[in-house]
Design a protein around this ligand. Structure first.
Ligand SMILES: Nc1ncnc2c1ncn2[C@@H]1O[C@H](COP(=O)(O)OP(=O)(O)OP(=O)(O)O)[C@@H](O)[C@H]1O
Ligand SMILES: [Mg+2]
Length: 256
């Protein structure tokens, strides 16, 4: 068994599985992620990558296996408890507040408020430190000029940037990014890559990425999932040289 509370260990998954009926979407995955590590998860469509994230955030209960976060077992904690411990993920913009402005959304995220509470505690504008924090985040993605625009008025690429910064607003220790560059132009992809690269080095990042160049640029180590299992794990050089990985990506011709 992995020493789940070893110093410097952020996340440990031990033989974690998720079955949907007869489908083994995630099948006995064991992973150990060091604090501050940037780990990419790659693998073909349907490999179980997003499901794995949902098990880490608590969106889905595991079928089997155990999960630890900084030495604390979280296997059965609900999502909000895991978020409070410091597990952050990107939100789908469409599920948030598309008619509110960039600044309003970020302020909400910084406060960790739900919409109802927001109405009840209206004067968040009166807290300069929150304003400061929100401004810092928005400037980081270069969107300060657009702070007063509703999210719906931003380009698709800008919306994806806001998704990442909303995930950062909660001050996560572990940031889960599910295909943050999907559908982006090369220029917009660069912005996302630079945001990830410029993160505080103590933040641990798990990144599902279909773009191999991005995965290899951002990650220290790569895990390859295939049919719900870990097919390979290693450095960029090791993964590039791995014959089975080559077969999946070259053989299938798809790979996301
Ligand atoms: N809520 C669900 N109910 C039933 N089956 C599901 C559910 N979520 C995912 N699956 C199935 O589990 C398998 C893994 O899906 P998952 O979305 O985790 O793959 P993925 O690696 O993220 O794929 P992609 O690269 O296309 O995003 C797929 O066969 C999918 O159809
Ligand atoms: Mg997915």
């Amino acid at each position: 068994m992995i020493p789940s509370d070893a110093p410097g260990t952020c996340l440990v998954l031990e033989k974690v599985s998720k079955h949907f009926g007869g489908l083994r979407a995630v099948d006995g995955v064991t992973l150990e992620i060091r604090a501050g590590e940037r780990r990419a998860i790659i693998g073909p469509n349907g490999a179980g990558k997003t499901t794995l994230f949902n098990l880490i955030t608590g969106e889905f209960p595991v079928t089997a296996g155990r999960i630890w976060f900084f030495g604390q077992e979280i296997t059965h904690l609900p999502p909000h408890r895991r978020a409070a411990l410091g597990i952050g993920r990107t939100f789908q913009i469409t599920n948030l507040f598309p008619k509110l402005t960039v600044l309003e959304n970020v302020l909400l995220a910084v406060q960790g408020l739900r919409p109802t509470k927001y109405v009840m505690h209206r004067p968040i504008w009166g807290y300069p430190e929150l304003q400061q924090q929100a401004r810092h985040l928005i400037e980081r993605v270069g969107l300060w000029e657009k702070r007063d625009l509703p999210l719906t008025n931003l380009s698709y690429g800008e919306q994806r940037q806001v998704e990442v910064l909303l995930a950062l607003a909660g001050g996560p220790k572990l940031l889960l990014l599910d295909e943050p560059t999907a559908g982006l132009s090369p220029g917009e992809t660069r912005v996302i890559v630079e945001i990830i690269r410029s993160l505080d080095p103590t933040i641990t990042v798990l990144l599902i990425e279909h773009d191999m160049d991005v995965a290899f640029e951002v990650a220290d180590r790569i895990t390859v999932l295939h049919f719900g299992r870990v097919l390979a794990e290693g450095t960029k050089a090791e993964i590039k040289a791995n014959r089975e990985v080559q077969n999946i990506y070259l053989g299938a011709g798809t790979g996301s």
